[in-house]
Design a protein around this ligand. Structure first.
Ligand SMILES: [Zn+2]
Length: 346
């Protein structure tokens, strides 16, 4: 015992020294770990701040450089005297102007139109886009939560038409400018009415690409496939003349989505409209010109080159032929010129 006690004494001292050294080393290690963690946080915070600053820059005003384009001559059109156009406002949804074009203010709320267009023609009445349908609440549940912004619901196109004596059986075809929810929700209320799509457009829709949730949820769509079987039209490479009289001509504009089209409507008065869908969200897109903010274009998966070329065409068309009015699908101000059904313009 005694010998053990005497031999333990230096051992205990050694242990105490060891513990002290290890404590000190542990302290040093802890300080080092704390320093590394602090550095990591600082680097992360800097990276996040730089990313936010760079993202903020993409919302800054910037005039879009457009390619030079050639639109050629004014295509002939012989619209029948009884042909007319009417607007069917089905509602609006809110967005800060900043999310609709570069340079828009965050503080300004734009009420984006969801308006269908009725074209009455002796060979058949057409609906271009359908806006919010009767089941819009169910449809909105299908889109990503980020896109669900406050809406104001108007009258579904089918109900506004019925009040004026026009029933789904009186509509020859629906031409969606593209398959996004805010353009096709109302298709559901016109069961059986042919929906005009190109093979390319339909392929994109049936691929269940992002943005096609609502159109793919609609049962029994009566697709009517058509080709761009006509020649160049105002700088667009191909065209499809719906009635053969130049009054309604569809051209491909696959920049916003692969199925996007522009529909040209020529009225007996000589006035013409270019229903440009979501090529731009607001007129500033053409007027300034300013593109959609990068984040939006990226989330939608737009083809920037095609959007820029088609925006250049629309600007050039308006400049050379002022009788052609571009109509972005969501610019409530631009629809002012088109009377609301049952009123119409010829
Ligand atoms: Zn849209």
């Amino acid at each position: 015992m005694g010998s053990a006690a005497t031999s333990n004494a230096p051992n205990g001292k050694v242990k105490r020294v060891m513990v002290r050294i290890s404590d000190r080393l542990g302290g040093v290690a802890k300080t080092r770990v704390a320093r590394i963690v602090l550095w990591a946080f600082a680097v992360l915070a800097t990276v996040i701040m730089v990313a936010i600053a760079v993202l903020a820059l993409t919302f800054r005003p910037a005039r879009l450089e457009l390619p030079a384009v050639n639109i050629g001559d004014l295509p002939p059109a012989s619209p029948p005297a009884s042909m007319s156009i009417s607007a069917l406002p089905t509602g609006t949804y809110d967005s800060p102007a900043a999310l609709t074009y570069r340079g828009g203010a965050w503080s300004e709320t734009r009420h984006l139109a969801a308006t269908a267009i009725l074209v009455r023609h002796p060979k058949g009445n057409l609906l271009i886009d359908t806006g919010f349908g009767r089941r819009i609440d169910e449809h909105i549940k299908l889109i990503p939560p980020m896109q669900r912004t406050p809406q104001t619901k108007g009258v579904p196109a089918v109900d506004r038409l019925a009040a004026g004596g026009v029933h789904p059986g009186d509509i020859a075809a629906i031409i969606p400018t593209h398959g996004h929810w805010d353009h096709v929700s109302g298709v559901d209320d016109f069961r059986g009415v042919p929906v005009m799509e190109t093979a390319t457009g339909k392929r994109w829709i049936t691929s269940k690409a992002e943005g096609t949730e609502v159109i793919n949820s609609l049962r029994g769509i009566n697709y009517r496939l058509y080709d761009f079987d006509g020649g160049p039209y105002l700088g667009f490479p191909r065209s499809h003349d719906v009635f053969g009289d130049g009054s309604v001509v569809i051209v491909p504009a696959p920049g916003h989505t692969p199925d996007s089209v522009v529909v040209f409507v020529s009225l007996p008065s000589g006035a013409r409209y270019a229903l440009i869908g979501d090529l731009v969200f607001q007129m500033e897109g053409v007027d300034i010109p300013a593109e959609k903010p990068w984040m939006l274009r990226w989330l939608i998966g737009e083809n920037n080159i095609v959007v820029r070329k088609d925006t250049a065409l629309v600007r050039a068309i308006r400049e050379k032929f002022p009788q052609i009015h571009p109509l972005p699908a969501h610019d409530s101000r631009s629809f002012g010129a088109i009377p609301v059904f049952p009123a119409s313009a010829r």
